[in-house]
Design a protein around this ligand. Structure first.
Ligand SMILES: Cc1cc2nc3c(=O)[nH]c(=O)nc-3n(C[C@H](O)[C@H](O)[C@H](O)COP(=O)(O)OP(=O)(O)OC[C@H]3O[C@@H](n4cnc5c(N)ncnc54)[C@H](O)[C@@H]3O)c2cc1C
Length: 395
């Protein structure tokens, strides 16, 4: 494992760092700030996205022919690290540029590429992901939202949930069931849907930190043109896999969710309250976060040697969620009862931490992956995989 950047990686990092030093917004609005103003955040995000695009940083992984930087996953990881270092949190464009864009590039028609990719890069249109449903999350292929052909259109009815940014998005990537007689993975069709289409009702969900990051989305006989279909009818699962693979790359690692420096600063400021148990916990979080850095270096080394990291990303995801939970708990503990009444960075981290154990694959799913691919345990049984969707037992 190589812990240092290669000369090419170091040059890329220096370029990214210099660009961010010159162009990152001075006062960064964050969706998790206690005085979070959504309109201001959207305006700042759009303005910064335009700057990124003008300087060729809008989409590090996209091929140059579509307006991207044409880089590989190592550069994407370095770029994410540098964004974290510059204090820039997750972008409202993450679903568009990180997930929808690469899927359209891989599976879309020329007309779809022409229509959607440019406005995504420029920050003109925001995208959301309409995948999860009340009965389909970890088992995404169990989705039940129906799309039925009607001439040149499709009529879509169903309910989606946990749609991040749904209430301010212009377009959504949507998975629907088009052949209930086929096994669950085989009767799915993928659409690119305009969120302003009549019949789409978006209801924001209020969270315990006061924000409304997600929405429920109800689709009531929504008429979607066949030209909005991405890839062949009933073969949407393969495009969905492209989206999910890109999701893992797009969602930044530890650098954008946790700062060891901030935790150490906090511990120093509360030195008097750091009893033996708190010091022990601080040491534990410190060791975990350094171990995570090593794991990250291992992923970069593997990618640099042309290998595909296997279960490392699952182990990293588990560790990040645990570090954010335990560090925010520790930070609040040393603030004492006073901390409970306050609003601030650590309170927000603590209230948001449970989401990290669920989003992008729950802890249990990551453990299953690690058990099968690292420990070589038997694969989880899937007795219903080949059964027609309409014959699946429903709980
Ligand atoms: C912050 C955040 C943002 C999100 N954004 C979006 C979005 O924009 N668009 C979107 O479509 N979705 C989004 N989601 C939804 C997310 O993808 C799902 O919550 C996730 O896949 C889990 O699905 P679920 O909530 O239905 O839980 P379920 O799958 O119902 O799981 C319930 C419990 O059962 C456990 N479990 C399930 N299957 C297994 C198994 N095989 N083995 C062991 N345990 C199991 C789970 O670990 C969990 O503890 C978001 C979620 C969060 C938290």
């Amino acid at each position: 494992m190589d812990l240092n950047d290669s000369p090419a990686e170091a040059a890329f990092r220096a370029e990214a760092r210099a660009f961010l030093a010159a162009h990152a917004p001075a006062h960064k609005l964050d969706i998790y700030d206690d005085d979070f103003d959504e309109d201001a955040l959207l305006a700042q995000s759009r303005a910064f996205q335009r700057v990124l695009n003008e300087h060729g940083w809008a989409a590090v992984l996209w091929p140059k022919q579509y307006g991207g930087r044409g880089c590989g996953p190592i550069e994407q990881i370095i770029w994410n690290q540098e964004l974290g270092r510059a204090g820039i949190g997750e972008s409202v464009f993450v679903v568009g540029i990180g997930m929808a864009g690469p899927t359209i590039i891989a599976h879309g028609s020329e007309a779809q590429k022409q229509r959607y990719l440019g406005p995504m890069l420029r920050g003109d249109e925001i995208w959301c992901q309409l995948f999860s449903e009340p009965g389909a999350g970890s088992d995404l292929a169990a989705l039940a939202t129906r799309a039925v052909r009607d001439g040149e259109d499709w009529i879509v009815s169903g309910q989606k949930v946990w749609c991040s940014g749904g209430h301010y998005s212009d377009f959504g990537i949507l998975l629907t069931r088009t052949d209930p007689a086929a096994p669950k993975h085989k009767g799915i069709t993928y659409f690119l849907v305009d969120m302003k289409t009549p019949g789409i009702e978006v209801r924001p969900l209020r969270q315990m930190n006061g924000g409304a990051h997600f929405s429920e989305v109800f689709l009531n006989e929504v008429r979607v043109p066949d030209s909005a279909r991405l890839g062949p009818e009933n073969h949407g699962w393969s495009a969905a896999m492209t989206t999910l693979l890109n999701e893992r790359m797009a969602i930044g690692g530890i650098d954008r969710m946790f700062s060891l420096e901030k935790l150490l600063e906090h511990a120093r400021a509360h030195r008097g309250e750091m009893d033996a148990a708190a010091r022990d916990e601080l040491a534990r979080v410190y060791v975990w976060s350094r171990a995570l850095e090593m794991l990250n270096a291992r992923v970069i080394t593997k990618l640099g040697r042309g290998m595909i990291p296997a279960a490392e990303s699952s182990v990293m995801k588990l560790a990040i969620a645990r570090i954010v939970s335990r560090s925010s708990e520790l930070a609040l503990r040393v603030q004492g009862p006073d901390g409970l009444g306050r609003k601030g960075y650590w309170q927000n981290q603590w209230l948001f931490a449970p989401a990290l154990h669920i989003a992008g694959g729950t802890d249990e799913i990551q453990k299953n992956i690690a058990a099968e691919r690292v420990l070589g345990l038997p694969r989880e049984a899937e007795p219903f995989r080949d059964l027609p969707f309409e014959k699946l037992p429903r709980g």
